[in-house]
Structures are given as structure tokens and as C-alpha cells.
Write a protein that binds this ligand. Sequence first.
Ligand code: PLP
Length: 393
Amino acid sequence: MNTIYLDNNATTRVDPAVVEAMVPFYTEVYGNASSASHAYGWAAIDCVDTARKQVADLIGADEQEIVFTSGATESCNLALKGVFELYRGAPAHLVTQVTEHPAVLETARVLETQGVSVTYLPVDSVGRVRLSDIADAIRPETVLVSIMAANNEIGTINDLGAIGALCGERDVLFHTDATQAVGKLKIDVEQMGIHMLSCSAHKMHGPKGVGALYARRRRPAVKLKAQIDGGGQERGRRSGTLNVPGIVGFGAAAAICRENLNEESQELSAMRDRLIEGLLSAVDGAALVGPGDRRLANNASIYIAGVNSEALMASLHDIAMSSGSACSSAAVKPSHVLTALGGPSDLAQSTIRLGVSRFTTEQEIETAIRRITAEAGRLRQLTSSVDRVFRKS
Ligand SMILES: *Cc1c(COP(=O)(O)O)cnc(C)c1O
């Protein structure tokens, strides 16, 4: 593909080393990890154990606290529905924020239809939730607080340690959707007081269709009602034959991230900052969306006043990025995250999201800056000449 890939907050390239680790588990070691009676099964069990340890190590957890799932969407569903199902019929309250991923927001909506009351906290102008708002929202029936680690659209990082400490003091559970943060940001579930954490392999150079839910076993032990019933895999918390090659790939991806975390996050931030600085200095009306500090290492979200992001993307087929609107079926909906920031009225229509990765090159960054600058300028001229024509007639 000769399109520059800058959509790494949507998904990432599977690292070739990860693919290499996975292949034998399709073609040679293809046993079922539930088959404890022969060598194929034993080999599958062994490698799943290794991967479980690799994923656990990346977040400071214990292997037994990792439940493999089909991805972060399923993990968030299991975390929220799995906890609240145990409170059926009793008053129960969930605290979350308006800028969560739909995996949390839509699950919260479903819980509301089942009698759970939900508080959706607002965020400030860079997308950060206030700790005091969380504290004020917690009441006697509050069961769980769900706040994401880093936002997938605008890169806002939340202070997990502070939220975890608050939840510990107030004796409520803390779940974090850490899909964007795991592998890029140092996360320690013990130190940060996290009780449940959702993540996904494909956002960290692993394969699609595999993720994990961390659920604490001690102080306190998180009780969960399974959402997929069957053969009782994953200690009864998630039934179904394990995706052995996917899990092996997830483990390999986690190990690579853990080994290079500090160095890589510095490299990613440097590329991100060059993109931001390059675009802000060259493009008229460009501004950074989201925080200038405590920002996800690979995310640049840029508002370009007066330039429609859909039109910009349409004229930039050589660069893969995303806009502030999600195309769901025919309708183009403005992003709920950008809308929540309370910025200019055209913020959602005129914002692009660029995400770098370990495979992005400096040359690609320079090309992207040059191309976006040129096309944004051309579109702005076009718009202003159309405006002139209409004003004359
Ligand atoms: C990508 C993403 C998800 C969904 O993950 P899947 O594995 O694709 O289901 C959830 N939350 C956040 C923050 C994400 O970025």
C-alpha cells in the first residue's frame, strides 16, 4: 500500500514478529487449549499460559486475573454487565463520563434499561474529567466507576492513580477502559488501585479479535456474572474455545511493548509533537484539540478552522487518517467526544485525527505535514471563493 498510515488509534499493523509467533499455532500446534489428554492440547495450554503471563506482566497483574475475550468491546461489556447483573433488583449506580468509547457508553445505556442509574460526568475543554466531580457523584448505591485511561479521539490521559485511590477510599469498584493506553503508558493495576481493566491486542500491534479483561482477585475479589455461557473456559468467566493463535499473538505483542515501553513512548511523542508543531505552524487556523500535556504518545488531533475534515480526507487519499465524525450507515454523526469539549461550533466538522506508531517514519510525517498543509489551503481558498460568488449573487 502506498498510502501513509496515520490511523493508529483505530487499529495498528500487526508486528511481523507477532505474526511469526502466531503462525505455528495455525498450522502445527493447532490443539484446543481445553484438551488436556494429548500433546496438541498440552502445547496449546502451555502457550496460552505464557501469553497470559505476558499480558499480566504488562499491567502488573497476576495471570489468574486475566480473562481472554474477543476484544475490548467484549471486555467492557463483561466488566459492566458482569458486575451489575449481581445487583439485579437492588438499587445500583454507575459513574462514567460522556467521552467514553461506545463500548462503555452503549453498555451503560443498556444497563439503564435494566434499572441501573448512570451518571455521565462532563469533561473540561481538553477532555479531562474532574476528580471532584467523580467524588461528588459517588453515593451509597454506587457500585462502580468506569473512566477510560486515555481517550481514543483526542488523547486525553486521566489520572488513574488518583481515581483508583478515590474509589478505594469510597469502597466502590474502579473499571478502566485502557485500550489506548496499554502498551504505551506505564500501567500498574496494584499501584493505581484498578479493579478491572479492559484492553485489546489490535491497538498494540497484535491481532484483531482478541482482548483481555483484568479482574482483581484480592482486596477486593471482583465477582462477575459470565456473559457468554458454555464450556466454562477462563474459570467460568468466559466460555468458548480459546483463540490460541490470537492469544499467542497478544502475548507476543505485550512482551514487545513491555520491553520497549519507555523508549518507544518517547519516539512516538517526538513524532506526534513534530506533526502538531508542523501543522500548527504551517496551516492557517490550525489548533490542537485535547491536552498539550499528559497526552497519549501517539495521538494528534487537529482542528482546522473553516476546512471540512471529510472534504480534506477525500482529497488526501494518500494519507490514512480519520475525521471527527463517525460514519454510521448513511448518517454522518458528529463525534460525541468533540461535542463534549464545548469548543467552536464547527469543531467536530473540522477536526482530523492522526495517530503514529512504531512503523511510522519521519519522512512520512514530513510528507503528511506538506500534503495536509497544501490541501487545507486549497480547500480554504475554494470555500472563500464560493462564499464570494454567493455573496455577489
Ligand atoms: C478500540 C477501542 C475499543 C474497542 O476495542 P475492540 O477490541 O475493537 O473491541 C474500546 N475502547 C477504546 C478506548 C478503544 O480505542
